[in-house]
Write a protein that binds this ligand. Structure first.
Ligand code: ADP
Ligand code: MG
Length: 140
């Protein structure tokens, strides 16, 4: 077992429906610990930079508009194999394809408004954590 840190965003569809606690409960029940958390409103520039890897995808502009449509909660999650564990509890990108009990199956609205972001590798987790948090804002 390896203790890792990963990065999570509770997206605007979830904050709008007052599901910050419901999402966090499923993360915690999966064995992840919230070691940093803040509620922010992403700027257009931040959203475009954060999702820069998807710039050429047809859904990029809609995704950026959605991500700045309301507040988000950015979090650092810690636990054994936290990157994979978080992806497991998130479920598939499209909630229609997600397994029962996952955040996206239970809570998400659509393939775009799918309630959570989670880092897809340890390397990206480190980059994404540093995008939003200073080291002294993370308390394990
Ligand atoms: P994941 O969030 O599961 O890692 P991706 O990295 O492929 O998924 O996509 C980033 C985000 O872009 C998704 O979480 C979702 O909000 C949005 N998205 C992905 N695919 C589509 C699509 N086909 N149509 C609309 N939005 C999409
Ligand atoms: Mg992704």
């Amino acid at each position: 077992m390896t203790t890792e840190r990963t990065f999570s965003i509770i997206k605007p569809d979830a904050t709008r429906r007052n599901l910050t606690g419901a999402v966090t409960k499923l993360l915690e029940e999966a064995g992840l610990r919230v070691v940093a958390s803040k509620r922010i409103h992403l700027s257009l520039r931040q959203a475009e930079e954060f999702y820069g890897v998807h710039r050429e995808r047809p859904f990029f502009n809609d995704l950026v508009s959605f991500m700045i449509s309301g507040p988000v909660v950015v979090q650092v999650l810690e636990g054994d194999n936290a990157v994979a564990k978080n992806r497991d509890v998130m479920g598939a990108t499209n909630p229609a394809n997600a397994d029962a009990g996952t955040i996206r199956k239970e809570l998400a609205e659509s393939i775009e408004a799918n309630s959570v972001h989670g880092s897809d590798s340890l390397e990206n987790a480190a980059t994404e954590i540093a995008f939003f948090f200073k080291p002294d804002e993370i308390v394990g």
